[in-house]
Write a new protein. Structure first.
Length: 203
């Protein structure tokens, strides 16, 4: 883990990202001002030190850059960055490895493209759905949605410990787009809107 000192700007960036459940670095805190050149240098230094990482962008996220290897990317705080902020990565919602929110393995690719394997192999790996680990929060979400009676947002919050916007984001981003699951929703008398994974959907 990086132990050398942070500048004030670096600390502000990492603290803001750690405070977000998604772990996203962008958008940057407005207190840093709008000098893009200076901010880009600060972000590159954090990438080089492994305190933030680059990963493919998801819908509605701010773009960092457009690359041949990864396509359009954004930035997230890394395991080392969380630890430097005094946060246990396993307790951070955004660190769920099966959600793809933090991908430390892309760190070197983001800076120098030194990961082993061809560009085609890397793209294939990025396109392959990551199945959730047993006991993970994403796994708990899927299990609740596979129940015959489905689950409401409130029930999914209870099952995962996430906030409502994180539950909806996981359904839209992780389940539908990344795992290609068909998630149905309907209004049920006495329960409100209920979500469930279609019986023919595999993961």
């Amino acid at each position: 883990m990086a132990t050398n000192k942070l500048t004030d700007a670096q600390r502000v960036i990492l603290a803001a990202a750690a405070a977000r459940e998604s772990g996203l670095v962008l958008p940057l805190p407005k207190s840093l001002g709008g000098n893009r050149g200076t901010l880009a240098i600060i972000l590159k230094s954090l990438l080089t030190r492994g305190l933030i990482a680059e990963r493919p962008i998801l819908p509605d996220e701010d773009i960092w850059r457009d690359t041949a290897e990864l396509g359009r990317t954004t930035l997230v705080i890394s395991t080392d960055g969380l630890q430097l902020m005094g946060i246990d990565p396993m307790e951070h919602v955004g660190h769920e490895s099966d959600s793809g929110l933090l991908v430390d393995e892309t760190r070197e690719t983001a800076i120098t493209g030194r990961l082993g394997g061809s560009v085609e192999t890397q793209k294939a790996d990025a396109a392959a759905p990551n199945l959730p680990k047993a006991g993970s929060k994403l796994g708990a979400l899927i299990a609740a949605l596979r129940r015959p009676e489905g689950a409401t947002i409130a029930e999914l919050i209870e099952a995962t410990g996430w906030q409502a916007h994180s539950v909806r984001g996981a359904i839209s981003g992780n389940l539908k787009k990344k795992l290609q699951l068909e998630v149905l929703s309907e209004v049920v008398d006495g329960r409100g809107r209920v979500y469930r994974i279609a019986s023919g959907s595999a993961a």
